[in-house]
Structures are given as structure tokens and as C-alpha cells.
Design a binder for this molecule. Structure first.
Ligand code: CA
Length: 288
């Protein structure tokens, strides 16, 4: 695994490939930065959104939507202008938006969590529909993290990090409804904590292990297929990018490292890349 960008993010997260602009988007959450990295030129454009930003998605109309601060916002990739789209948890200043992704119909799902420990289960999972309406789908969440869907759209995978599990729901893609939650994979504490996840073109899941120095790949039935070691201890999420969706990008974090740990891994927070063989699916765009 090579260092694609020595960006030294504090909390690098949410990588997603913008195929129209051929850039890898990711966020540095507490700095409020949205990065748009061009792997060909190594140009890294940084958009400052002025509030903690949990995740970003490209949209059908060509701009970006972010889950940040008190809700969802449109972000103009050229001017950096931020425009409110829908409010979420305006009455909960101790919470912030975290990871998210679009479902097979372009509905944008994103969840929340308490900003500082100890983290009570005061987070929720939300669905932003293309018409701009927001639905609170799930409550009692501690750290809302990775979310993606099976190839046929009938299953939704979801991580609440504190549960040390990849959960799976039956998914009604017509209605955007998830039900019948159960655990698919239990993560042993010695392996770290489940963070972001992405489903590849074969339907397998790539899970970043926070404090686990690894990315795991699981078959749809939950069988561990491979372990990729990462050069840093806190990988956060993967995304496939590049013109053939053959490059696996991995964001990482430095935020919880002690000064000694930072000294041992000065490139923590970097954006890493490898070519694992399996390829990704095109990133879904928000349909609104
Ligand atoms: Ca995360």
C-alpha cells in the first residue's frame, strides 16, 4: 500500500470517487475540509466549509452534497459556496454528522454521533430524499459509521462502531426502507473497531478497522476473505477510484494518537492506495 497523498488529515474520512471530475473526494472532519484529489496531477483542492463535515457525495446535477454541522448542504465544487439544504439535530450541539453514502436510488443516508467521549447512544441515522426531505430512520446510535448496499439492493450493511459488528438489514429499494436488523460479522476487539465500509463490484465488503492497522474484505455471507495491512494504525474508510475503479483508496486519521504514536507514524492521516485485484462500483450520486 503506497501513500497517495501525504495530507496529514486529523480525521480523514469519507472517500468517494467523483467519476465526472476524476477526483477522489474525502473529508477532514473537524477541520471542516472537503478535499478533491486529482491522482493524475496530484493536485489536491481543499474546500473549507466552516463547520465539521462528516461526509460528501457527488450529485446528479454535478455539485456536491455534504452532511455537516446542523444538516445537509449543497457545496459548489468550483466556488466553494455552501448552501443549506435540510436541517438535522439543530437542537443537539453536542452531536455532529458522521459517515454516509447514497442508496441505489440516490437517496443520501448519513448518521450522527456525540462529538466527545464518553459517547452515549444519542446518535441517529437519517435519509435525505432527492426532494430535500429528511427522515430519521434509526435512533439510539452511538457512532454511526459505514453504510452501503448489496449488488441487488436488497440488503443494507451498516456499522455502529460501538457494537463491534457489521449489521445487515433487508432493504426495500422502492421505498427506501430498512428492516429486520441482525449482525452479519462480529469484530473481535483485538482487530480494532469497525469504521467505514464499501461494497465492491463482486458484492464483497471492504471494512476499515480503526485502531486495527488493517482493512478486511468479507464475502456477502460474512466470511473473512482477506486482510490488508495498512501502514498506519487508524484507517477509516475505503473507496475505489481511478478510470477503471481498480485503485483502492484508504483514508486515515491521526486524531487519537499520542505524541509518541504520532512520532512513530508521521504520515498518519494520509491517503493511501493499492491495487487489490477486485474493482469497485461507480459511486452513486445523490439524485436531488
Ligand atoms: Ca468513520
Amino acid at each position: 500500500m503506497e501513500l497517495a497523498l501525504d495530507v496529514r488529515a486529523e480525521l480523514g474520512e469519507g472517500p468517494v470517487w467523483d467519476d465526472r471530475r476524476q477526483r477522489l473526494l474525502f473529508v477532514d472532519i473537524m477541520r471542516g475540509h472537503v478535499h478533491a484529489f486529482d491522482p493524475v496531477t496530484s493536485d489536491d483542492r481543499v474546500l473549507e466549509v466552516g463547520q465539521p463535515v462528516g461526509t460528501v457525495t457527488p450529485t446528479e446535477r454535478g455539485d456536491y452534497v455534504i452532511a455537516a454541522g446542523d444538516g445537509f448542504f449543497r457545496l459548489d465544487p468550483d466556488t466553494g459556496r455552501v448552501t443549506p439544504l435540510a436541517e438535522v439535530e439543530c437542537d443537539m450541539p453536542a452531536n455532529r454528522m458522521n459517515d454516509g453514502y447514497c442508496d441505489p436510488r440516490g437517496r443520501f443516508w448519513a448518521g450522527t454521533m456525540a462529538i466527545t467521549p464518553p459517547r452515549p447512544p444519542v446518535g441517529s441515522l437519517y435519509r435525505l430524499d432527492p426532494d430535500g426531505s429528511v427522515t430519521r430512520v434509526l435512533g439510539g446510535v452511538t457512532i454511526s459509521n459505514g453504510i452501503d448496499w448489496s449488488l441487488d439492493g436488497t440488503r443494507m450493511y451498516y456499522v455502529d462502531t460501538r457494537l463491534s459488528s457489521i449489521d445487515v438489514f433487508d432493504y426495500d429499494v422502492e421505498r427506501g426502507e430498512a428492516r429486520n436488523r441482525r449482525s452479519l460479522v462480529t469484530i473481535a476487539k483485538a482487530s480494532g473497531y469497525p469504521d467505514g465500509l464499501i461494497v465492491d463490484a463482486e458484492g464483497f465488503l471492504w471494512l476499515a478497522l480503526w485502531a486495527g492497522s488493517a482493512v478486511h474484505r468479507y464475502a456477502p455471507d460474512g466470511t473473512l476473505e482477506r486482510v490488508l495491512k495498512t501502514p498506519v494504525t487508524h484507517p477509516t474508510k475505503c473507496a475505489f477510484g481511478g478510470p477503471e475503479l481498480a485503485d483502492l483508496y484508504v483514508t486515515s486519521a491521526a486524531t487519537e494518537l499520542t505524541p509518541e504514536e504520532r512520532a512513530r507514524q508521521p504520515q498518519a492521516g494520509g491517503l493511501y492506495r493499492c491495487r487489490p485485484g477486485p474493482r469497485g462500483r461507480p459511486a452513486r450520486r445523490f439524485a436531488g
